[in-house]
Design a protein around this ligand. Sequence first.
Ligand SMILES: *[C@@H]1O[C@H](CO)[C@@H](O)[C@H](O)[C@H]1NC(C)=O
Ligand SMILES: *[C@@H]1O[C@H](CO)[C@@H](O)[C@H](O)[C@H]1NC(C)=O
Ligand SMILES: *[C@@H]1O[C@H](CO)[C@@H](O)[C@H](O)[C@H]1NC(C)=O
Length: 600
Amino acid sequence: MVVMSTSDPTFSPKSSGMKVPARLKIRIGLVILPLCLWLYWGPFRSMKPLLLSAPRINWQPCVEDASFFCGYLDVPTDYDNPSAGTSRLRLTNYPAPCPQSERLGIILINYGGPGVPGSEASFDTAPRLSNLTGSRHDIISFDQRGLGRSTPKVNCFGSALKYEMFKTNTVFETTFSVPKDPFSAAGRAVLIEQQKEALALEEAQGALCAETLGAKALGFMSTTTTIYDMEEISKVMEGEDAPLNFYGGSYGTIVGAYLANMLPHKAGKIVIDGVVPGDAWSNEHYDSQVLLRLLLTDSEKTYQLYLSECFEAGPEHCPLTHMEDKSAKDIEKRVDDFIDRVEAQPLRGVKYSRPGYLTSGGVRSSIFTMLQMPEAWPRITQMLAAAINNSDPAPLMALIYRRYSDPSPTPQHDGYIETGQGELLRLAIFCGDALPYVEGEQLPTAESIVDDILVTMKTLPRFGATVHLMEQHGGCHLWPGTGAGPKRFTGPFNKTLTTPALIVANTHDPITPYDSAKLVKNTMGDSARLLVQDVAGHSYLAPTTSCAARVISNYFAKGVIPEDAETFCKREIGNYFTDTSALQANPKLVAGLLGLKDSR
Ligand SMILES: *[C@@H]1O[C@H](CO)[C@@H](O)[C@H](O)[C@H]1NC(C)=O
Ligand SMILES: *[C@@H]1O[C@H](CO)[C@@H](O)[C@H](O)[C@H]1NC(C)=O
Ligand SMILES: *[C@@H]1O[C@H](CO)[C@@H](O)[C@H](O)[C@H]1NC(C)=O
């Protein structure tokens, strides 16, 4: 049973006026060697991949990594208006390492953020996803409009350095410093002061983006447009009616949900991993904290797991615990005391590429970042312990401020220069999706935002104020692209799918909890299955259990839909600090996130 979106009264898909040329079949006949084998054989790797050349994408081995192919696809800027010109998407292709006869098509990937340029992230993660999905699909990533090497590109400030100067030592960089009693009048005033600064910064960057890019271009950088771009990629690569297979993590689950519900008749195999609920994403004002409050549900639980693992590992493996500690509570108190101390007096940091100071907000956000990737627990714990020891806060500062700490980006091939305005890339997509405030509606004020944050902090005192500015999602009323694009998709999110989607949740994910996955599962009913694994970490940044890997691989490679509405995969890892062999799933990815390798 398939419900067609064309008859959906709440959302009319783009007109079908734009037709791409019929695809030249790229499936290969008997005469030519299967492509996958070519790629397996080292000597052939450097040969020009003629066979991959779909008509509109000129695939070439990537300069960054020759086991990938890179290409560009020009798409209509406005699918409803062919005269509006074209936009250019940058794609990467990690071909299926299997004989051509076993190849099952492509899987489109979204790595989240929003604002993570997919083609770049793919170099670290596509081989793992290829394996996880059963090695029978080409893994296709692309930079969404505004990001990476796609054009137009969000580059409001002109350079990474100018953006860094804009943010340095502001609340955008340090995030909220929470006073000792935030619920007192004096404490609330301290938060309001910081939120006022944030609003001023949001207004300034919004005005700058309006001047440099303009609302019109920004309006097309939304998930709604991304879905049409994915449909176009699929048409060009696999043919007009090919089903769209998809894997998305974190914000990528929004892309998956929009895809499934905007184009249910074209939805193929879809995995969404680390779920953000689409309904709250597109229909609630972010500043109200409704979405964030749900997303933070398991943040404290994950932190408590971290503390107990640290205690059990002992001082040799986890320097935050000391010989005399009686329980994890002693570590908790040690960190809390440190946060209080830094709140009272920020720490100077000089042995760092940009001397400065570490605030309590910085400490909280470094802990929150760490909780998302257990592979980094030993390393970041070391940095935290060193800062607590008052010997050297610099490594921790380098971790949290790293994105803005390189003032001299080097030109890369194609003349491409990374302009490092990651938070603006996030806003471009997020505000493109966000519910606009209507005429006469009360706009959020510093006071109203802080009061909503205080409600969150009642149940989540430790991290309740951390993420709101650490990841800029608010302030869309000050962003020029809000409401400026084509009609936003806003649901419903319960379309019937021929192939049920697979929803993945981790038991200890600090930012996309089980409750959120369960909510989406309930909305989707029989059109989804839930796969829960007992691991710590956020979405695909967590280690995958072999049990969950089997389910995901069978789903993509063999079309096996789990019978049960919910499948539970037990914990397989020993202690997160000592069982390091089990934590080698993402070494390149984690090194990249920690800034421990050269950026490409
Ligand atoms: C994925 O990698 C694991 C570990 O290297 C291996 O055991 C497994 O067979 C691979 N799966 C596929 C489908 O290639
Ligand atoms: C704490 O400081 C002492 C003395 O300066 C030093 O010996 C020790 O290694 C430090 N511990 C950590 C975790 O940095
Ligand atoms: C989908 O959700 C809408 C709005 O919540 C509801 O009216 C409709 O009955 C639902 N459809 C199905 C198939 O559950």
